[in-house]
Design a protein around this ligand. Structure first.
Ligand code: C5P
Length: 215
């Protein structure tokens, strides 16, 4: 039997991380934030003094980066070069500005495709990102796309005190050639603009029940 995976995709600040975390907690499955993996690599690129536009230098750096993943009590911990990054490092203005450029680079995506697929060895997954239902696990029957208006998303980021041009990131993420942000085929689309977190989670749990996943 294949390990079940719930794929949750959507644009920046749509609320998908909060939803994915809650669903994983409720089911006792492992929560995986793939955006943080792109952020870790971006952090390492910036630490190495490489410009995010310099695809050749990033491609040359990529094989030297060590990524490791551990699961303890349903919580996944990801390290880069044995270093656990803080939320402040992962969400710094520099990383926010560069991550969508780094995420376009084919070797970076290829590396993370294989790392993300391999995570099923840790158990049933709730994985969130941009291409989970379209590219990473296209065969999973459990696909969700969480959206919200750009205005609501910009407000959510600002209320977190973060400087993040979500509109620009979405444009880069949706228009790139390799694994762009799309609504995956078969995904249940939920617009969270006017919904509370509890309401979105209830929608997702109800759909999963219909798909045979008990909670
Ligand atoms: O989810 P988060 O906003 O933290 O993702 C940061 C960036 O990582 C996205 O804007 C996108 O460029 C990239 N990303 C991606 N594919 C994923 C997850 C994130 O390209 N599956």
């Amino acid at each position: 039997m294949t390990t079940p995976v719930i794929a949750i995709d959507g644009p920046a600040a749509s609320g998908k991380s909060s939803v994915a975390k809650r669903v994983a907690g409720q089911l006792g499955w492992v929560y995986v934030n793939t955006g943080n993996m792109f952020r870790m690599i971006t952090w390492a690129v910036l630490q190495a003094g490489i410009d995010a536009q310099d695809a050749a230098a990033i491609t040359a750096l990529e094989p030297s980066l060590r990524l490791s993943f551990e699961v303890c009590d349903g919580q996944m911990t990801a390290r880069i070069n044995d270093r656990l990054l803080t939320d402040a490092e992962l969400n710094s203005p520099g990383v926010n500005a560069a991550v969508s450029l780094v995420a376009q680079i084919p070797t970076v995506r290829a590396r993370l495709v294989s790392e993300q697929r391999a995570l099923v060895t840790h158990g049933s997954l709730v994985m969130e990102g941009r291409d989970i239902g379209s590219v990473i696990f296209p065969d999973t029957p459990h696909k969700f796309y969480i959206d919200a208006s750009e205005e609501v998303r910009a407000r959510r980021r600002a209320s977190q005190g973060l400087s993040d041009a979500v509109g620009l990131r979405d444009k880069l993420d949706s228009t790139r050639k390799n694994a762009p942000l799309v609504v995956p085929q078969g995904a249940l689309l939920i617009d969270s603009s006017e919904l509370t977190l509890d309401q979105v989670v209830s929608h997702v749990i109800a759909a999963l029940r219909q798909q045979g996943i008990p909670s």
